[in-house]
Design a protein around this ligand. Structure first.
Ligand SMILES: [Zn+2]
Length: 148
């Protein structure tokens, strides 16, 4: 549930296009998982969650504060953030690696570097799966990290 608005947001399309061109096949909004994650790559046992900075409160400059209806927004954000945490916990408990991509990592000059990092991680995690190496704690990557 990382919809910014509507179904196919630009950040999601960017990530999907790059994964596809790197040869990865994936499922989109997979209902079999809690929270219907944006992208599921079975071969790398990896879930990619793309989050809008405003809706999911990244804490960066894009997490702006509206001028009115503050109580309404606070409640909405709190629900989103709690849901993100619950989903993440469920995915990791089931042993899935996780890549959280904040929208601001896919803007302007940062975009290319972010897409490269995503593909590099998927590649190395898929190699681990292929080799049958089971991790006790799944991998987790977040770009960029949440600003506290
Ligand atoms: Zn951000």
């Amino acid at each position: 549930m990382s919809r910014i608005r509507g179904k196919d947001t630009l950040p999601e399309i960017l990530v999907r296009k790059r994964l596809f061109s790197c040869g990865w096949r994936f499922r989109v909004c997979d209902k079999r998982f809690k929270g219907k994650p944006d992208i599921v790559i079975p071969k790398a046992k990896t879930i990619i969650d793309i989050r809008g900075c405003f809706w999911h409160r990244h804490g960066c400059k894009d997490s702006t504060m509206p001028k009115s209806n503050i109580a309404f927004w606070m409640e909405k954000w709190s629900k989103n953030v709690k849901r993100d945490h619950r989903n993440e916990a469920a995915w990791r408990e089931a042993g899935w690696n996780l890549i959280i991509v904040w929208q601001c990592a896919l803007e302007g000059a940062k975009t290319e570097r972010t897409l490269e990092r995503i593909c590099a991680n998927v590649e190395s995690w898929a190699a681990e799966c292929e080799a049958g190496r089971i991790r006790r704690i799944p991998h987790r990557m977040e770009v960029p990290r949440t600003v506290k």
